[in-house]
Write a protein that binds this ligand. Sequence first.
Ligand SMILES: Nc1ncnc2c1ncn2[C@@H]1O[C@H](COP(=O)(O)OP(=O)(O)OP(=O)(O)O)[C@@H](O)[C@H]1O
Ligand SMILES: [Mg+2]
Length: 165
Amino acid sequence: MPDTTLHLTTTSIEQTIAFGQYIGQHLEAADLILLCGGLGAGKTHLTKGIVAGLGSGDTVTSPTYVFINEYRLSAQRTVFHVDLYRAEDPHELASIGLDDALSGHGTCIIEWPERDPSLFALPHLAIELTINTTGSRDIAMHALGSRASALIAIIRTTWLNGTTL
Ligand SMILES: Nc1ncnc2c1ncn2[C@@H]1O[C@H](COP(=O)(O)OP(=O)(O)OP(=O)(O)O)[C@@H](O)[C@H]1O
Ligand SMILES: [Mg+2]
């Protein structure tokens, strides 16, 4: 049985972005990433790294008010960056185009997925960031499904062995 959880710590914003970039390099088109953690935990900065690692030169900004940003990877590929912080009721959730973002046409990264608990039933890699008293970030990952489990296995054998830090 593969281990579907993994923990690590980043001690600077640059390290969080670099870790995101590393994840992005290993993502595939239909992967779903759920980013959990409180305000200012580092979800958007991790996303900056993921989007860069996926190969997009687009600037990542927080989609808190627009709900979904779409970044280009190539003519065929795209990445959806969703922020559900302000999506407080089911009607709002239904109207923001989440189904489209989850249709498998692109990699989907969702901040504040707790707003729609049904997301956690889909195959996904959940990444939870926690602010430590020192200001460093604990990053806890949980995989649901074979793809996300494979991602965790890759991260365990390469990033944690110090090849990238
Ligand atoms: N190790 C670290 N990793 C990430 N961010 C860090 C770190 N140390 C300090 N920071 C700071 O924490 C803040 C993280 O902001 P960010 O917008 O990424 O958080 P967020 O989780 O997306 O918040 P929100 O829930 O409001 O969307 C930034 O101001 C960043 O400079
Ligand atoms: Mg954010």
